[in-house]
Design a protein around this ligand. Structure first.
Ligand code: PAF
Length: 280
C-alpha cells in the first residue's frame, strides 16, 4: 500500500495503473476510520483493480471550528485498517496541498443542499462539493463510494457530479450499525459509555415508528417526542422527505421512496449524531 501526500505523486502513480487499463475506485474519508469505512473500502477493492482512499480532514466543510478541533485524528491506525482491507493507495495530503489558495468556488443545488443539514450548517455542503470535486479531478475514478449514513451528502454529490459532468459511478453503501442499532460514526468515539448507550435510542425509536401505522405528521411527532423524552438526547430536526429530491412529504403517497432524516444532540458536550430510516 502506497501512502501519498501530494497531488503530483498521486497522479503519477495512477497514470501507471491507467496505462495498464486498470479500473480505479475512490473512497473519500476524513479519517478516524471504523467498520463503516472498512466496508466501503472492501467493496471498492472487490469492484475495482485499484482502490484509492483519501484521508483528509477537510476544513472547508466545518462551519463550527470547535467541531473541527474535536474531530479525531488517527492516521497511523487508519493506515493499518486500510492495509488490512486491501487498499492500494492512501492519499493523505496537507491542507496547504489541497488549498494553496482559498477555494472560492460556490456550489448550489437546492433543495438537496439547502434543507436539513444544509439549513443547519450553512456552507457545509459547499465545502463537501469543493473537496469531493477536487478529489474526483485528481483521481478520475471509475467509481466513488459513499456511506448512506450521510444520506443527504450522497444526494448533493450526485447533483454536483451531474452538474460538472464527471464520468463516474457514485456507489451508495448501506449504513453499518452496531449491535444495538447505533449507526457507526467517527463521532461515536467522543461519547461516554453512558451517552453511547443513550444514543442507541435514536435508531430504536425511528425503527419502531415504521410499524405504528401513523400518518407522516404523527410519525414525525412520535419520533421527536419519544427522543426528546430521553435524558441526554435533543432532536435538532427530523424531516420525512422524498428519498430522491429531499423535498418534504405530507403523505406516504407523495413519493415512491420516502426517508426520515434525523440529527440529534447527544450528551453534555454535546455530540451531534446523524441517522436516517427508510419508510418506503
Ligand atoms: O463523509 C465524509 O467523511 C466527508 O464529508 C467526505 C465525503 C470525505 C468529504 O470530506
Amino acid at each position: 500500500m502506497e501512502v501519498i501526500n501530494n497531488i503530483k505523486q498521486l497522479r503519477e502513480s495512477l497514470a501507471k495503473h491507467r496505462k495498464e487499463g486498470r479500473s480505479v475506485g475512490l473512497v473519500p474519508t476524513m479519517g478516524a476510520l471504523h467498520e463503516g469505512h472498512a466496508s466501503l473500502v472492501r467493496r471498492s477493492v472487490e469492484e475495482n483493480d485499484v482502490t484509492v482512499v483519501s484521508v483528509f480532514l477537510n476544513p472547508t466543510q466545518f462551519n463550527d471550528p470547535k467541531d473541527l478541533e474535536r474531530y479525531p485524528r488517527t492516521l497511523d491506525a487508519d493506515c493499518r485498517l486500510l492495509e488490512e482491507c486491501g487498499a492500494d493507495i492512501v492519499f493523505a495530503p496537507t491542507v496547504k496541498e489541497i488549498y494553496p489558495e482559498p477555494d472560492t468556488r460556490q456550489f448550489s443545488y437546492p433543495p438537496t443542499d439547502s434543507v436539513m443539514e444544509g439549513a443547519m450548517r450553512p456552507g457545509h455542503f459547499n465545502g463537501v462539493c469543493q473537496i469531493v470535486s477536487k478529489l474526483f479531478m485528481y483521481v478520475e475514478p471509475d467509481r466513488a463510494y459513499f456511506g448512506e449514513k450521510d444520506y443527504q451528502q450522497i444526494a448533493v454529490i450526485r447533483r454536483m457530479a451531474e452538474d460538472l459532468g464527471f464520468k463516474l459511478e457514485i456507489v451508495p453503501c448501506p449504513v453499518i450499525r452496531q449491535e444495538d442499532g447505533l449507526a457507526m460514526s467517527s463521532r461515536n468515539t467522543l461519547l461516554s459509555a453512558k451517552e453511547r448507550k443513550t444514543a442507541a435510542n435514536i435508531y430504536r425509536v425511528m425503527n419502531e415508528s415504521r410499524s405504528l401505522g401513523l400518518s407522516v405528521q404523527q410519525t414525525h411527532d412520535y419520533v421527536v417526542s419519544e427522543l426528546n423524552g430521553i435524558d441526554g438526547l435533543e432532536v435538532q430536526y427530523f424531516s420525512i422527505v422524498d428519498g430522491d429530491t429531499l423535498a418534504d412529504v405530507g403523505s406516504w403517497d407523495d413519493a415512491p421512496s420516502i426517508v426520515g432524516c434525523i440529527t440529534v444532540f447527544c450528551g453534555k458536550k454535546p455530540i451531534r449524531l446523524i441517522d436516517h430510516i427508510r419508510y418506503k
